[in-house]
Design a protein around this ligand. Structure first.
Ligand SMILES: NC(=O)c1ccc[n+]([C@@H]2O[C@H](COP(=O)([O-])OP(=O)(O)OC[C@H]3O[C@@H](n4cnc5c(N)ncnc54)[C@H](O)[C@@H]3O)[C@@H](O)[C@H]2O)c1
Length: 330
């Protein structure tokens, strides 16, 4: 029998890609979001615009679903989540609590929750050369203010619904996901997309602004790997939170160099240390991921960033902000 999936946040970046992979796997999919997708129509069989902060909207969204993939969240890059602690925490705790309760009430069999590397304690992330974070490092808790505290609480809520009501929950902690069809301007964009935009708009030989001193470190995962990991985790028997990311640590300056290479440009970096940069260093320990899923993310940073750059450059060209390729000096 065809499995019926609800994907929330399907007007956004990762969930839009997730809808596609679930359709490929033979699911019937309903997408829900507070807004339609920005760049291309959702391929889901049904797409409904609903505000999941309202309990009745969450109940309507989950009707008839066998599986729920709850990716809806009020979120953005480090500039956004550090500027709006109250709104982000309140909106997301409402979505998470409503969606779990609605899934229980409607007899959903399996529930996926998208947590984040932002749940990890800040006291473990003060150096660029960090020890990769393993799942058990989450406690004693000291997560990112607002956004991170909500994610950590919602992880616990998943655990309680599984223990008290038998709802099978799966939780992945994403580490910096990037790729085409993600927001690249307007304030909610994350570092990889923002860097691609800045490089695309800059003339060869000119300079671009980088937030922080460029020595802060992260690991990055291409969106195709992210949605494959979500699918595999949902098939697995693992109900404990699982890291989903790569374990290749790079500085932000190195990330900029990867994008410049993809663009064929040489650019000077101007560092602005007054801008938020988040924790100093963060990497994913993938031991449990490899063990549980018998798989790990495989798209290289060079390949993934080249694809992302080409997409953002093409988007900017549509509004005449980037010259046609024939006029770009390579
Ligand atoms: N992108 C990353 O690197 C990353 C890292 C860690 C965790 N995550 C998590 O993954 C999930 C998806 O992130 P994304 O990068 O695709 O972000 P996104 O902003 O592109 O997608 C989130 C979607 O949720 C929707 N939404 C917000 N409030 C809503 C509401 N009240 N009702 C219905 N829909 C609502 C938004 O409109 C948006 O389309 C989020 O839960 C996010 O916290 C993402």
């Amino acid at each position: 029998m065809t499995r019926r999936a609800l994907v929330t946040g399907a007007g956004g970046f990762i969930a839009h890609h997730l809808v596609k992979i679930l359709l490929d796997k033979g699911y019937w999919v309903r997408g829900v979001d507070i807004k339609p997708p920005e760049f291309e129509a959702s391929p889901a069989q049904e797409f409904e615009v609903l505000d999941l902060r309202r309990p009745e909207a969450s109940l309507a969204a989950t009707r008839g679903a066998d599986e729920v993939y709850n990716l809806a969240a009020d979120m953005g890059g480090i500039g956004f989540i550090t500027a709006y602690h109250a709104d982000v925490a309140r909106n997301n705790v409402l979505i998470s609590a409503n969606m779990l309760e609605a899934a229980r009430a409607n007899g959903v069999l399996r529930f996926f929750y998208s947590s984040s590397a932002c749940i990890y304690p800040q006291y473990l992330q003060k150096q660029p050369e960090v020890t990769p974070l393993k799942e058990t490092d989450a406690y004693p808790a000291d997560p990112e203010e607002g956004y991170g505290w909500e994610k950590l609480f919602a992880e616990k809520l998943c655990q309680y619904y599984r223990e008290d009501y038998g709802l099978e929950t799966r939780v992945a902690r994403f580490h910096n996901v990037y790729g085409p069809l993600g927001t690249y301007e307007g304030g909610r964009e994350k570092a990889p997309a923002a860097i691609c935009r800045k490089v695309a708009l800059a003339a060869d030989g000119s300079e671009i602004e980088i937030w922080g001193d460029g020595q802060q470190t992260r690991s990055f995962m291409y969106v195709d790997d992210c949605v494959e990991g979500i699918y595999r985790l949902m098939q697995s028997g693992c109900h404990a939170p699982l890291n989903l990311g790569t374990d290749r640590l790079v500085t932000v300056d190195e990330l900029v160099d990867v994008v410049c290479k993809a663009a064929g440009k040489t650019l000077h970096k101007r560092h602005d240390t007054s801008k938020p940069q988040g924790v100093r260093g963060r990497n994913s320990d993938n031991s449990l991921l490899r063990d549980v899923l018998k798989w790990e993310p495989r798209v290289s940073l060079e390949e993934g960033m080249a694809r992302t750059y080409r997409w953002i450059e093409a988007e900017l060209r549509k509004t005449n902000r980037v010259p046609e390729p024939s006029r770009i000096r390579r």
